[in-house]
Design a protein around this ligand. Sequence first.
Ligand code: PML
Length: 256
Amino acid sequence: DKLYNLRMRAAQGGSHEQGGTHISGGERITCFSNIQQVAMYLLEKGLTHCKGRPDFMQIQLESIPESVTYVQPLERWANVERFVKEGDTFLKEGKTVAFQLLEIIGIPKKVIDRAVEIVSQYSSMRGAVLIDAHSGKRLDDRGEKGVRVSRLDWLGNDFEKWARYYHVSANSRIREALALAAKVNNHPATIAELCWSDDPDYTTGYVASRKMGYQRIENIKTYGDERGCRIFFVDGQKDIRSYINYLENQPVLITW
Ligand code: PML
């Protein structure tokens, strides 16, 4: 059966191109008979974002001609609280925990500091910043826009099955974050991902990698802070153009 990608983006103060502030975005892959339902879901997501009312929204439908890649969710799933108790040296503030995890994965401290400094130059980023895991140099040339990971979703009810198995509440935020982390970390050029939300009310973020799975970190940012962060630490030896093409264009369905 033919598949379709639906993509939503919403902004305030004009469109993104006009310099408006990005407030919400979303991606889903669906079959033809579910397009309406998925479009409603994205419409609601864009309208009810806590950052405020959008005055620009775009929902785009496209058919997916390329063959789909099926990817498993990251193997390990943990709330770092559990990790903290096991390791017991990590009884620290969220960001410190995140940076220590990244160091364990193999990202040098100066690269982490440089990456966070690069992201904090922008007030509202839509996409991800790609950072060379060895040199700390930015590898994409997308400025404030960043690289937007697109064409991904869970297959059928697989997220609900996964959530039931792990006793995780089946909310859409975790659904989307896990799918994105699975797509991004499935590519061999990704070494690790660091993410926290631009939603001022949502202070949980994560560090994801093939090495350590998806590690959720509470209190990774201050309540009320509207600056999000999405950094991919990348093996700079790999072909970056084909990596970006994978992130933006390769359709991926997460199966469990
Ligand atoms: C976002 O929705 O903006 C990113 C949220 C990342 C954390 C999701 C989680 O609770 O595991």
